[in-house]
Design a binder for this molecule. Structure first.
Ligand code: FES
Ligand SMILES: [Fe+2]
Length: 442
């Protein structure tokens, strides 16, 4: 149980708050590259700051203040130029470093004043990796965007999936170190949602948590599982500071502001070995709904939608003065403690946990990944078919709302008939519960 003050320190993300300053030390994925093929300018809100992300006609990304420094027009209605973005109100023009390149009327009427050299717009560094666009709002020099090994894997179909979650980021991230919830929220609840009374999934009998450079691993033993099992030996990853992964599927909980979170999922599907060499030309992105418009209730059919129900159900900002943590929550306690220690570290002028600055280290950051060989070496299609985790006909089980165009592109990448599909979600989970797949990602 925390005090109100402790809860505030851990959850608030504005500039100048302890957690806001800590999170600003990390790169955050805030968009997907393919969005800028459709529209080169996007309004974004990140850690309470209203910004505009654009890709200019030369392909350079920029992230600048939402409001023009002239008379505060909304730059998300601006338009891109060969270099930079131009305000649609009076045409002031800025590049990605925040420099004002042009003030059309001032440049004609009063050129000797060099007014444009006296005006800048706030700007932040932007990078791309894995089809995602990353932003850094912290002090310079910026660290490197960590090059975790899945970003280097080949022969995969990647998609990026968003959802806007109306609650604070920390309760989403605490879910990243909570192994027991899978048994109840995903397996058993899914059985009940289908109107069945059982059978339930195997009970957790032991959980363990270990810290490593880029986060924590959480480990589980369920009934009948030996300690030699990969889920105990290797575990799954709570990625620092705001991710969850087996990393072939990484979920980021990106703070929009204190009350809202952008869920960003990077999902890699290995194509069958028969399809090699497969090169994906465009990484598609899509945003799924979280509320059922017919009932106004949260959607419960897919794995992450179920997680979203837990997160928003805890309130806008979970009241941690009222909780009762048990043995299963040791990982959550360790994570909170690490965040508090990191706040002290940055106050001392040190880097917090997991920061990567060494280009040699960043060539490829190896991570603890169960069944890595499946992703790096792949399987023939015959071995994928029928497996609850990897049968491509199961579609995308994590989040509802995958556009048909993405499903078709995925099926074509897999070398399968796009018109044959089995509904994802509940079906996937019941299959996963019924047949204990060696490879299921939980
Ligand atoms: S408000 Fe942007 S150019 Fe005038
Ligand atoms: Fe979950």
């Amino acid at each position: 149980m925390l005090t109100e003050e402790q809860n505030r320190r851990l959850t608030q993300v504005g500039a100048g708050t302890p957690m806001g300053d800590l999170l600003r030390r990390y790169w955050m994925p805030i968009a997907a590259e393919d969005e800028f093929d459709r529209n080169p300018v996007k309004a974004v809100r990140l850690m309470g700051e209203d910004l505009v992300l654009y890709r200019d006609m030369s392909g350079t990304y920029g992230l600048v203040d939402r409001h023009c420094p002239h008379r505060r027009a909304d730059l998300s209605y601006g338009f891109v130029e060969e270099c930079g973005i131009r305000c649609n109100y009076h045409g002031w023009h800025f590049d990605e470093t925040g420099r004002c390149l042009e003030q059309p009327f001032e440049d004609i009427a009063n050129p000797e004043a060099h007014f444009r050299d006296k005006v800048r717009i706030n700007s932040y560094p932007v990078e791309t990796k894995g089809g995602m666009v990353w932003a850094y709002l912290g002090p310079r020099p910026a660290p490197l965007v960590p090059n975790y090994e899945p970003f280097l894997w080949k022969n995969g179909f990647v998609q990026i999936v968003f959802a806007t979650i109306p609650c604070n980021w920390l309760q989403c991230q605490e879910n990243s170190i909570d192994p027991v919830h899978f048994e109840w929220m995903h397996r058993n609840w899914t059985v009940r949602l289908k109107g069945e009374a059982g059978p339930y999934g195997k009970k957790h009998v032991r959980v363990g948590f270990d810290e490593f450079e880029h986060g924590f691993v959480y480990k589980r033993l369920v009934e009948g599982m030996e300690e030699s099992h990969a889920r105990w030996q290797t575990g799954r990853i709570c990625l620092w500071p705001n991710g969850l992964g087996p990393l072939s599927h990484t979920e980021y909980r990106v703070p929009i502001d204190d009350d809202n979170t952008l869920s960003v999922t990077w999902h890699f599907s290995r194509v069958p070995t028969e399809r090699e060499p497969y090169v994906q030309t465009t990484i598609p992105s899509w945003e799924g709904p979280i509320r059922d418009p017919r009932t106004g209730r949260w959607i419960t059919s897919h794995i992450m939608n179920q997680d979203f129900v837990a997160w928003v159900g805890q309130g806008k900002i979970a009241d941690r003065t009222q909780e009762h943590l048990g043995t299963s929550d040791r990982g959550i306690i360790a994570m909170r403690k690490r965040f508090v220690d990191d706040m002290d570290r940055i106050a001392r002028g040190e880097d917090p946990k997991g920061i990567v600055r060494d280009p040699a280290q960043n060539v490829c950051i190896e991570m603890p990944i169960i069944d890595r060989h499946y992703y790096t070496e792949g399987l023939p299609i015959d071995e994928m078919l029928g497996d609850p985790a990897f049968d491509p006909h199961k579609g995308y089980p994590f989040q509802i709302g995958q556009p048909d165009s993405v499903r078709r592109a995925y099926m074509e990448a897999m070398g399968l008939d796009p018109d044959k599909v089995i509904e994802a979600g509940a079906e996937f989970l019941s299959a996963a519960g019924a047949k204990t797949s060696r490879r299921i990602w939980v």
